[in-house]
Design a protein around this ligand. Structure first.
Ligand SMILES: Cc1cc2nc3c(=O)[nH]c(=O)nc-3n(C[C@H](O)[C@H](O)[C@H](O)COP(=O)(O)OP(=O)(O)OC[C@H]3O[C@@H](n4cnc5c(N)ncnc54)[C@H](O)[C@@H]3O)c2cc1C
Length: 447
């Protein structure tokens, strides 16, 4: 569409609020999935005067935006938690809807290095810690033109001789952001994503509201069109007609369909297509990675960390714990992606919680987290039905494959975080941008 990011953000917000010019011939549009991509697509289409029906497999909307309201007094997040970058339509919408946001840069972190917990300013006095940060510049500037095939982030760290004492910190930063272990992430693809990133560098959290609230407000018109417990397992399509079926034989018909299911669902081949999807599409589904990922939420009787702590980086199975941004409750979230998530996913919930507590106890000086522990829960995206993974990650060749995944096959249109082709994968704002792109394609506009 060749727009500047700022203009694109304005266009997205305008489309959500007022729709896009639409030809009368569009007919009825089926939307599969009620995450942000599906809801935003529905919202824009409804505002454009198009009939819409959303088919959602589960009993709730939001998908990977999943606010738990029964774990503590304040809402806690089982999925998306931060607004990544201030230069997106999603960040602008938070402002328009008057959400109070906390800037995560206003907090400082604790780092467990060589069996000791270091405050951020102390950690930076260590030579290895300072040297570790060179990774970002070195990867950004690396010349991969002579590299054939995969070079993983783990291999890249070896090549640049990144200090081994701090590798787990990089692992926490990179694996958690990109949803896979460093051995699976492709360094060249990661470099491309960084170059494409236009969202800004600051992250925000909602101070009082649950993440789901903004979604519900932005896509308010779309919510009544959702039909819940409709897992679509078959899609039949001709030039101007689409049939979506559930395993129970329920049939939904329309003139076009926007598919927003997670890549994990496509990888599992839960949905069969008739005619079958063309080879570039199925190869893309295979090529783009989806990693294991989970959160463990831990509630304590009182906090044992200072108010200004934004994260605690460990070196066990859990590389990152962070306090809830909401109210005064003492809640820590353990965020884990990749192989460590797979390990914790294979434990029972109780064992996974105990592992988290043991790791916190090991890092604590005098305070034992396990003694202050009240309750915990695990939200495991790895095995969650109709997700089967956390988010898509930069696997080898995935940049090109995303173009094939996103490509429209009228009357089928593809949206959702994994279909982002300009660097905003694995984010809420990225999924929103793909909805706008897919609706644009559907309405046949050139932009
Ligand atoms: C643990 C975790 C933390 C995250 N943290 C952040 C963060 O802090 N900031 C950020 O920007 N992003 C974050 N993300 C990523 C972000 O949540 C996603 O990129 C975004 O929400 C994806 O939206 P989507 O609409 O593409 O997919 P989803 O939200 O997954 O929506 C897809 C919908 O399709 C439904 N569905 C699946 N199969 C079928 C079927 N066969 N028939 C009908 N319906 C079906 C699903 O139930 C789901 O509701 C996080 C994700 C996870 C898992």
């Amino acid at each position: 569409m060749n727009k500047t990011p700022q203009n694109m953000n304005k266009d997205i917000i305008h489309a959500l609020q007022h729709g896009l010019p639409a030809p009368q011939s569009v007919g009825k549009v089926l939307i599969v999935g009620a995450g942000i991509a599906g809801l935003a697509a529905a919202q824009i289409l409804l505002k454009s005067g198009i009939e819409v029906q959303i088919l959602e497999a589960t009993e709730r909307f939001g998908g990977r935006i999943y606010t738990l309201t029964d774990f503590a007094k304040s809402p806690v997040e089982g999925g998306a938690e931060e607004i990544h970058g201030g230069k997106t339509a999603w960040a602008d919408l938070a402002e328009i809807h008057q959400k109070t946001l906390l800037n995560t840069n206003d907090y400082s972190s604790l780092y467990f290095l060589e069996n000791q917990l270091w405050k951020e300013n102390e950690a930076y006095t260590r030579e290895d810690f300072d040297e570790m940060e060179d990774f970002y510049d070195l990867l950004e500037e690396a010349d991969f033109s002579d590299t054939v095939g995969k070079i993983s982030v783990a291999q890249f760290l070896d090549v640049i001789e990144s200090p081994p004492t701090c590798r787990h910190i990089i692992e926490a930063w990179i694996s958690n952001s990109y949803g896979a272990s460093m051995t699976d992430l492709d360094a060249r693809e990661l470099q491309t994503l960084w170059k494409q990133w236009t969202a800004g560098e600051v992250n925000f959290m909602f101070e009082n509201a649950g993440y789901i609230e903004l979604l519900a407000e932005v896509c308010a018109d779309a919510l009544p069109t959702i039909q819940y417990a409709k897992p679509i397992s078959q899609i039949e399509y001709t030039e101007n007609h689409v049939c979506a079926l559930t395993p129970k034989g329920e049939v939904f018909e329309g003139n076009a369909l926007v598919l927003t299911v997670p890549l994990g669902v496509l990888k599992k081949q839960f949905i069969t297509f008739s005619p079958p999807l063309p080879a570039p599409k199925t190869e893309a589904i295979e090529c783009i990675g989806v990693g294991a990922g989970l959160k463990i939420l831990l509630k304590f009787k009182e906090s044992f960390w200072d108010d200004n702590v934004g994260a605690i980086y460990g070196n066990g199975y859990i590389s990152e714990f962070y306090p809830s941004a909401k109210d005064d409750e003492a809640i820590l979230t353990a965020l884990v992606m990749g192989d460590n998530a797979l390990y914790l996913s294979n434990l029972t919930e109780e064992e996974a919680i105990q592992t988290a507590l043991q790791e916190l106890d090991m890092m604590g000086n005098n305070t034992l987290a396990s003694e202050l522990f009240e309750k915990g829960t695990r939200i495991d995206w790895t095995v969650m039905p109709f997700q089967w993974g956390a988010y898509s990650y930069p696997s080898t060749g995935s940049g090109q494959a995303r173009l094939d995944l996103a490509k429209a096959l009228p009357p089928l249109y593809f949206a959702g975080e994994a279909t982002h082709t300009e660097g905003h994968i694995a984010t809420v704002h990225g999924a929103l941008e793909t909805a706008y792109r897919a609706v644009h394609e559907l309405l046949g506009r050139q932009g």
